[in-house]
Design a binder for this molecule. Structure first.
Ligand SMILES: Nc1ncnc2c1ncn2[C@@H]1O[C@H](COP(=O)(O)OP(=O)(O)OP(=O)(O)O)[C@@H](O)[C@H]1O
Length: 279
């Protein structure tokens, strides 16, 4: 047993490293235009490799090995925009992410705005960008690049206002755009009353790592959606706590923080979720 472990421990580590790399590549590309191409090519390659190895198809095997260099080159060309985005993100991470103090101020403003909309029963859909760019959804709406404020949120979502239809995208603490169309989930809903606004929140967060917040026009209920999981009808406190949990690792949104702690927080990564970072 022991000699076997000694012989194969390197293989174990190699498999682990490969699994982590493949998973990270999948995460980086899952919401991008080329994701389906990548999955398709990967599947074809794996199937062809398996078939050629099992049945010893020498010509197919020869073709696979020869084609891999061309394929690698083709992938770089196909994924050029995504690669550029990913590298830019890597470079900008933490350095350009907005400071804890700004993040906290934004979250408080945001929570107040959502609660005000809920009280007035103004339907709203927000998408807060995290690591994965929401640029392609921004293109479906109207670019604003404006400072976020409760007045701004109410003006945008006010019924009959020109931009009230669709979702608002927030990147860092700014409103990137409004009236954006998000992908609607195709999942069968247990709750048949789940309408398009909520389905769009689920769809977007299934495809990206954004956090979606919905205010129901019908009930005023506030929901948060992360990774395709919708948490509906949160109370004010639950909503604030959930926001804090996601973006500032559980620190209270309402309790003032001392400066020292805030500064220190800039250097650590929150427990479970990533912070909001610019694209
Ligand atoms: N794909 C989409 N992307 C963004 N917003 C959308 C999308 N589809 C619908 N919406 C928004 O949702 C609104 C319709 O919401 P609908 O009543 O169907 O949903 P709901 O989940 O029942 O919400 P509510 O509880 O507010 O009624 C539309 O007016 C539009 O603003």
């Amino acid at each position: 047993m022991w000699p076997e472990i000694q012989k194969h421990w390197r293989d174990g580590i190699e498999i682990l490293v490969l699994a982590v790399c493949i998973y990270q590549i999948y995460r980086a590309f899952r919401a991008t235009r080329g994701a389906q191409i990548l999955v398709g090519l990967g599947t074809i390659l794996v199937v062809l490799t398996l078939v050629s190895q099992v049945f010893r198809f020498e010509v197919i095997w020869w073709l696979i090995t020869r084609a891999s260099a061309i394929l690698a080159f083709a992938l770089i060309v196909i994924f050029q925009p995504e690669l550029r985005d990913a590298l830019a993100r890597l470079g900008s991470k933490r350095i350009f992410s907005f400071s804890s103090r700004r993040r906290l101020a934004f979250l408080e403003r945001f929570a107040d705005s959502v609660i005000a909309l809920s009280k007035k029963r103004i339907g709203a859909l927000f998408a807060i960008q995290r690591d994965i760019s929401l640029k392609k959804f921004l293109e479906t709406g109207v670019v604003l690049d404006a400072q976020f404020s409760p007045e701004m949120a109410t003006a945008v979502f006010y019924p009959k206002a020109p931009l009230h239809d669709g979702g608002m995208i927030i990147a860092d603490d700014r409103v990137a755009g409004a009236a954006c169309v998000f992908p609607v989930t195709q999942r069968e809903m247990r709750d048949r009353s789940t309408g398009l606004r909520h389905r769009a929140a689920i769809g977007l967060t299934e495809e990206t790592d954004a956090v979606a917040v919905v205010v129901s026009e019908e009930t005023g209920g506030i929901s948060i959606c992360v990774d395709g999981r919708l948490e509906r009808n949160l109370t004010e406190k639950q909503f604030r706590d959930r926001l804090a949990d996601i973006f500032i690792a559980g620190k209270s949104l309402t309790e003032p923080e001392d400066d020292e702690e805030l500064d220190r927080e800039d250097t650590v990564t929150p427990s479970r979720d990533r912070d909001m970072v610019s694209d």
